[in-house]
Design a protein around this ligand. Structure first.
Ligand code: PMP
Length: 459
């Protein structure tokens, strides 16, 4: 090879250089970079690494799988790991779901969910081929592939590709007590208003054209832990049922224990027709995601005698399945979902005590170990900071600097004023109270020092 081959060939976002830090080792909840930083990962990567970075049982399970069957064609064969992970997932839904598709990323799983919903209507005894419209929500993020982008509302990532993105979707308001509820409105009235908005949208696009309503059970990257208020999902499901459409819940970020129950919908008095999970499923030890299908849909699809026109080389990948299975067994055996609830209450109290009094912290919301801190210029009016200030990015960069060394998942108001700048705190399930104290301390210094500098330069 020629010796003048340029270095820095890895492309993520930036064409002229890769600005990210080189990670040399990772253990517990810390990542060590080549320049000597020891970064406390308060965000589990992107709500992924729920067991931390050096779980030897998971590592061993992946090695064992690699040595026995590293790969086999997913259409011709299956492995015990893949079968056992699918069984585990189905059983975890108390009998509501009866099949699981295993794939690699959240975006792929969302694509599969859309195609399965469409397939369900195409294979009915009396097919409903006109059902191809999806209603999603403002401030949503469902992934980076073209089908997933049609549902999403993350303008920076969507607009450059608008001509490529299928146009068969529309959006209704998300559920956000902080941003959406009107003064004087109670939760019941708010839910009624949102259900009416969804009903109106079905009418507008033609109720027989709608395939599914798609929502993150607890909003993630773009909306910052936007929580459903009581009764929200049952009311939305009732509208879907009224018009014969499906409810798809995307729990790629909020699922697999993150919010204090294995599935976030289990706290909502609702059952989705199709469920999408990812991230924490394999805890980052391998890329693995899944789509779970309600038994009523499976029965109907089976009765049709037809198949699902979908296939990918790396579906049900053995090592990914082995990682997912090992992670989920540990979460179950060590009762880590209960730990998420206990540590979540500690994190909530500490976060609110330390950060809520800050003049620019507008809202702190979340559940389990899934929390967002939203910043506003003015608490009373909830006015966000101008997007040009890039507050969320500044906080993230400062957090990564020597002396702070904390990873905060930065997100922003790229949803055009839907929410202000915010970051997520979603540490691994194995955090201790001491880890949380350290997270709060470093986070508070990032927030205070960022504002001190910003307000000084604005003065
Ligand atoms: N859905 C949701 C709710 C997500 O948060 C994400 C990723 N942040 C995705 C889908 C896409 O997952 P991936 O990045 O693994 O493709």
């Amino acid at each position: 090879m020629a010796s003048n081959v340029p270095k820095n060939s890895l492309l993520y976002k930036n064409f002229h250089k890769h600005p990210a830090a080189l990670v040399e080792s990772a253990s517990g909840i810390y990542l060590r970079t080549s320049d000597g930083r020891n970064i406390l990962d308060a965000t589990s990567g992107a709500a992924v690494a729920c067991l931390g970075y050096d779980n030897q049982q998971v590592q061993q399970a992946v090695i064992d799988q690699l040595r026995s069957v590293p790969y086999c064609h997913p259409g011709f064969y299956k492995t015990q790991s893949a079968e056992a992970l699918a069984d585990f997932l189905v059983e975890s839904t108390s009998g509501f779901m009866s099949k699981a598709v295993l794939c690699g990323s959240g975006s792929e799983a969302v694509e599969i969910a859309l195609k399965l919903a469409k397939t369900y209507f195409s294979h009915l005894t009396t097919p409903e081929p006109e059902r191809s419209h999806f209603i999603a929500r403002v401030g949503a993020w469902h992934g980076a592939t073209l089908g997933a982008l049609t549902l999403g509302d993350f303008k920076v990532r969507k607009e450059p590709f608008v001509q490529l993105i299928p146009q068969n979707s529309s959006r209704v308001s998300a559920c956000s007590a902080y941003r959406g509820m009107r003064p004087g409105e109670d939760e019941k009235a708010y839910v009624g208003r949102l259900a009416q908005e969804l009903d109106d949208e079905f009418q507008r696009v033609g109720s027989k054209n709608v395939c599914a309503f798609v929502a993150e059970t607890v909003g993630g990257s773009a909306s910052g832990c936007a929580m459903p208020v009581k009764g929200y999902f049952p009311a939305m499901k009732a509208v879907c049922e009224k018009y014969g459409a499906l409810l798809i819940l995307d729990e790629v970020m909020c699922g697999m224990g993150r919010t204090g129950s294995l599935h976030a919908w289990q706290q909502e008095d609702v059952v989705p027709d199709i469920l999408v999970v990812g991230k924490g499923l394999g805890a980052g030890y391998a890329p693995v995601s899944a789509v779970l299908v309600h038994s009523a849909l499976v029965d109907s699809l089976q009765a049709s005698g037809k198949s699902f026109a979908h296939g990918q080389t790396y579906m049900a990948h053995p090592q990914a399945a082995a990682a997912g299975l090992a992670v989920q067994r540990i979460i179950k055996d060590e009762n880590l979902v209960e730990r998420v609830r206990i540590m979540g209450r500690y994190l909530e109290r500490k976060l609110k005590d330390r950060l809520l009094p800050h003049q620019h912290v507008g809202d702190i919301r979340g559940r389990g170990l899934f929390w967002a801190v939203e910043f506003v210029m003015d608490k009373a009016s909830k006015t966000p900071f101008p997007p040009g200030w890039e507050l969320h990015a500044k906080m993230h960069s400062r957090g990564m600097e020597k002396g702070y060394e904390i990873a905060l998942f930065n997100a922003n108001g790229s949803c055009d004023g839907y929410s202000g700048d915010h970051f997520l705190i979603c540490p691994p399930f194995v955090v201790t109270e001491e880890d949380i104290d350290e997270i709060i301390d470093r986070t508070a210094r990032v927030v205070e020092d960022t504002f001190d500098e910003l307000l000084k330069s604005a003065a």
